[in-house]
Ligand binder design. Sequence first.
Ligand code: SF4
Ligand code: SF4
Length: 329
Amino acid sequence: MARNESNPPFDWQAWYGACGGRVDHTPGASEIVAEIYTKQSLEFQGPAAEERTPFDTAEQAARFVKTAARAAGAAAVGITRIEPSDIYHGRTVSETYAIAIGQRMRWKHFQTVPSIDSGVECCRVYQDLGEICISVARALRDRGFPARVEDPVGDSDLMHVPIALRAGFGELGRHGSIIHPELGPLFRLGTVVTDLPMTCDSPVDIGIAAFCDRCKACRKFCPADAIPDDRDPRAGIDPIGKPRYVIDTGRCFPYFARQHYCSVCLAVCTYKHKVWARDLGGAQTKLRPQTVLADPPPTVDPDPPAKVHDYPRFKVLYNRKHPDRERPA
Ligand code: SF4
Ligand code: SF4
């Protein structure tokens, strides 16, 4: 059940390094990310109890998992079978089921985007997600069922977004992130994988993606001009049968890396629920964030990449910056 050790993990640090560093620009986030990598990730795997306490039905197993996730603080949880297309090129995942877990980001930290405050909140939520995922995986292992966490923030074998879409989390927005009917777009994802048979959830079609075809708020505000006008049938269809909007990651990523994980498209999204503007803890909040549209850095890959992590311009850029280092895969 381990990941494929023959393939080196994607070199996220080098990738961010080519854009000027991941957390260097966001004081306060560095410590959180370092803790995730050096401490929290050690808990992502572990041995299952020798004695197994079975479930009577797949439905009972699903209920157990969802209860464990909610008890650990998850804002959303769903279950789906893992499809080959969920797995990153060059990796293997032997488990059958994925438990998608979502945690909300607090609106009071997105009053100005991009900002150090919003960047730190992104990382804090990833750390929180890690703890929730660890709790769920541990609950399964304690009952004798192997389970492990797919890293929410860094080196995952699986793509969290298609998994969460099939697990009923909402619909894919024009900005490439999921819009959840209750949480809106301001949440982050983690995944736990296991072979325990569980009743699966289904994708939902409640008109969010159709609304995106008429709304272009994120398209207009994206400082890197990375969000498209039209859907692109060449990129395949989403779980409710719509061609996808393809985000130009070569434009988005350098801005995202340098500007505190950007988040402009999430904060300006029309589906950012108004109820959040009342916010928590008495903080003063507003319906619309203040957007700081700094000039974007040079693009990394001006064409939509053919496949995830295939960024030819990035490799050129990386080689130029690090002529003495081996290029990341
Ligand atoms: S994260 Fe920022 S740069 Fe990337 S698509 Fe969203 S608004 Fe554009
Ligand atoms: S801002 Fe509008 S177009 Fe963009 S994802 Fe949100 S609802 Fe869809």
